[in-house]
Write a protein that binds this ligand. Structure first.
Ligand code: C2E
Ligand code: CA
Ligand code: CA
Ligand code: CA
Length: 277
């Protein structure tokens, strides 16, 4: 242990101390990465299930730190949210995506960006987004925002609805991410100006063998179709899953079976190929 006069957390070799050091190191590295704009955006294809053709993309943030190596979003997004850095992070992702869309020009396809509940609740979110769109001169119809059901807290229902309405008025598309894992009621959903339901990977994972998940998935697809919403399955990893989803009436899919998220140069390649058909 270190000399006296220090608090318990800095005692060396205790597991608690190590964990504390690691969290601190991660925090400092993340602050640095943000201030130096070191985060990168990768893109994963969303395809039409019937043909396998590229339909659109999802932007997924990537962070490679010099010392820590590749850090997973699942490990740093929650930290960014806790530390209030998610706004800055989200802005950087949106900027990169809009810049990319502009660069792609006629090759561009719609890109979905993940938005945290905290970002959506930020009173400045809308004006900042408008500014990014104006700067990049990107058609808002090429932008989709993926929000999770946790964004739809009943306590904030009125405010959320107002923001979503304004986003729709701009022409931006809205998708509910990880659908089926939250608690949003159907009656609430019905009043939201959304375009798409994204079925959570946990239901797709066990397809087509698991009866329960087959029924849930089919029900979500039927409901989306009945409500006139697009529906996409995430985490599609096999042909059997693709076939089941197709037969259940699902139009779109995303997952390793069709392709992982790749960097901008690889995605440009894909966009060029897609244009040839
Ligand atoms: P998500 O939005 O549900 O994104 C899907 C995650 O599943 C991604 O992980 C993706 O790489 C992974 N995935 C895609 N297809 C498959 C598959 O077939 N099998 C399996 N096992 N996984 C698949 P990733 O990139 O690590 O992102 C994790 C989460 O971090 C995302 O979940 C999202 O909630 C969050 N995230 C990522 N980028 C951003 C961002 O720019 N902003 C915010 N706020 N959150 C982000
Ligand atoms: Ca997502
Ligand atoms: Ca998801
Ligand atoms: Ca998720």
């Amino acid at each position: 242990a270190k000399e006296s006069g220090r608090n318990n957390y800095s005692i060396y070799n205790s597991s608690l101390g190590q964990r504390h050091d690691q969290a601190l190191q991660l925090e400092q590295a993340l602050r640095k990465a943000l201030s130096q704009q070191q985060l990168q955006v990768h893109y994963q294809p969303k395809v039409e299930l019937k043909t396998g053709q590229l339909h659109s993309l999802e932007a997924l943030v990537r962070w490679k730190d010099q010392e820590l190596g590749q850090v997973a979003p699942a490990d740093f997004i929650p930290i960014a949210e806790t530390l209030g850095l998610i706004h800055q992070l989200g802005q950087q992702v949106l900027r990169q995506v809009c810049h990319q869309l502009q660069q792609w020009g006629p090759l561009a396809v719609p890109v979905a960006v993940n938005i945290s509940a905290k970002e959506l609740a930020d009173p400045q979110f809308l004006s900042q987004l408008k500014q990014i769109l104006a700067e990049s001169e990107v058609d808002p119809q090429l932008l989709e925002l993926e929000i999770t059901e946790s964004c739809l807290l009943p306590e904030r229902a009125a405010e959320t609805q107002r923001v979503l309405q304004k986003l729709r008025q701009l022409g931006i598309r809205l998708a509910i991410d990880d659908f089926g894992t939250g608690y949003s009621s159907l009656s609430y959903l019905r009043h939201l100006p959304i375009n798409c339901l994204k079925i959570d990977r946990s239901f797709i994972k066990t397809l087509p063998d698991n009866t329960n998940d087959r029924q849930i998935t089919s029900a979500i697809i039927a409901m989306a179709n009945a409500m006139g919403l697009d529906v996409i399955a995430e985490g599609v990893e096999s042909q059997a899953q693709q076939e089941f989803l197709l037969s259940a009436g699902c139009q779109f899919g995303q997952g390793y079976w069709f392709g992982k998220a790749v960097d901008q140069s690889n995605i440009l390649h894909l966009l060029r190929q897609a244009k040839q058909y």
